[in-house]
Design a binder for this molecule. Structure first.
Ligand code: FCB
Length: 439
């Protein structure tokens, strides 16, 4: 069980769970277009065990049961994402009525159950037709994204609690275009540099489009990872500073201040789109909140033989999850303080946090320690408004496929049976103030 009570977080603090369309929906029918994750996962060696999101948790059909789990657990909110290719199959052009109807049912289903819909527009499933034209390397994708945002804003704005434009721009840009680990799987510094800029421009243009539709409570979700030196050498110290600029400062600085860290600009300027400076105003449009996803840290070791960014990344010897990610709760406190001291006065949400782990007792301890880390930040004056556990269900963990399990509810993929884990009951005990009956 958790050592905390809901009251510790004060009134108006929302607890929720987070999931993303491609990781759970399946339902590749009813006019849904192809996304970059469909073809990426269908290509050999891109995902563990060649797993794909074709069926996943069949949330497209089984969402009522999932919403019941969220309500019964005592959660206030569900952070979900719209699938762009379900809504606009070719990325631009005609929308898909059946796709829009699905999100009508899902959102109305939340409201009927007293669950607040926290929406995200882009959680990585770019329509394939846009990738055919260069995807995030192509500036035109930012205009397509603004049109998609307008469509969602127009239809759903009165029923959504908040809208985030993009989930984790570092993953969209760097993990997917430099490290090649996520779709579209590029390993190219020019591709990455363009994506790093265009994903933020897309965010800013979507904010304008949403505001023009009268949508409220707009934000973005960044992922932050603590960058620490591998040793006490000055070279490793510098490598960690560069790593922090690349992972954390690029996105926070762009969005909150209209500024990129000079250390990174110096390295990639030749690859950035011409006149990128002229976009910084749009990129830094005023927002209503910022979401922070936080999981772990990385240790940076200087390595002169590595081109572009001269370091390698390592894990230390702290407790790890089954993907090897170390548990470092105090870094969450530090990040919340840092974002609110150095970047913004806006309300913050912890929009994702959780553990891939077969031993659920370790997951309970992980959540408990990170919830405490949030209380520490609140005690120091940071305006944190909510916490979303990743994730409700075990789901398609991208390149890690189904073998990685982040859920507080276990999935039996063959039967599609959902079974709450003790961590689900730990949340419900804290949120409802009483033990839920095990079903
Ligand atoms: C985040 C993603 C989410 C999930 C968790 C484990 O980076 O936003 O979809 O993969 O990590």
């Amino acid at each position: 069980m958790f050592s905390l009570k809901r009251e510790d977080f004060g009134p108006g603090f929302d607890f929720g769970v987070a999931m993303a369309a491609h990781q759970i929906e399946g339902g590749q029918t009813d006019g849904r277009g192809s996304s970059i994750w469909d073809s990426f996962a269908a290509t050999p060696r891109n995902t563990r065990n060649a797993d794909t999101g074709k069926v996943a948790c069949d949330h497209y059909n089984r969402w009522p049961e999932d919403l019941d789990l969220i309500r019964d657990g005592g959660f206030d909110g569900y952070r979900f994402s719209f699938s762009w290719p379900r809504v606009i199959p070719e990325g631009t052009g005609p929308s898909n009525p059946k796709g829009l109807d699905f999100y009508d049912r899902l959102i109305d289903g939340m409201l009927e159950r007293g669950i607040k819909p926290y929406a995200t527009l882009y959680h990585w499933d770019l329509p394939s037709s846009l990738q055919d034209r260069g995807g995030w390397m192509n500036r035109d994708t930012t205009a397509a994204f603004a049109d998609y945002a307008a469509l969602i804003g127009h239809r759903f704005k009165d029923r959504l609690e908040t809208i985030a434009t993009v989930n984790e721009p570092w993953c969209v840009a760097f993990l997917s275009h430099f490290l090649g680990i996520h779709a579209p799987g590029y390993r190219d510094v020019r591709a990455a540099s363009r994506a790093m800029h265009h994903i933020l421009l897309a965010h800013g243009r979507a904010i304008d489009a949403l505001r023009a539709e009268g949508a409220k409570n707009l934000g973005i979700v960044v992922n932050l990872e603590k960058a620490e030196p591998y040793s006490s050498s000055p070279e490793d110290q510098e490598a960690a500073e560069l790593g922090d600029a690349l992972f954390n400062q690029w996105y926070l600085g762009g969005v909150c201040k209209g500024e990129y860290p000079q250390s990174i600009v110096d390295i990639i300027e030749d690859h950035l789109p011409r006149d990128w400076q002229a976009d910084m105003d749009v990129i830094s449009r005023p927002l209503d909140w910022i979401g922070v996803n936080y999981y772990t840290r990385s240790l940076y070791k200087f390595d002169a033989s590595v081109p572009v960014f001269p370091f390698t990344q390592h894990r230390g010897d702290l407790e790890k999850n089954d993907l090897g990610w170390e548990t470092v709760p105090e870094a969450l406190t530090e990040f919340l303080l840092r974002v609110s001291n150095d970047y913004t006065n806006l309300p913050l949400y912890v929009t994702e946090n959780g553990m891939s782990e077969s031993n659920d007792a370790k997951r309970i301890d992980y959540f408990d320690r990170h919830l405490r880390a949030i209380l520490d930040a609140k005690d120091k004056g940071v305006d944190v408004r909510g916490y979303f556990a990743w994730s409700l269900l075990d789901n398609f963990e991208w390149a890690e496929g189904f073998s990685s399990r982040f859920g507080i509810v276990e999935m039996d993929y063959a039967s599609q049976k959902r079974t709450p884990k003790p961590s689900y009951f730990a949340f419900s005990k804290m949120l409802l103030g009483r033990a839920l009956e095990v079903r």
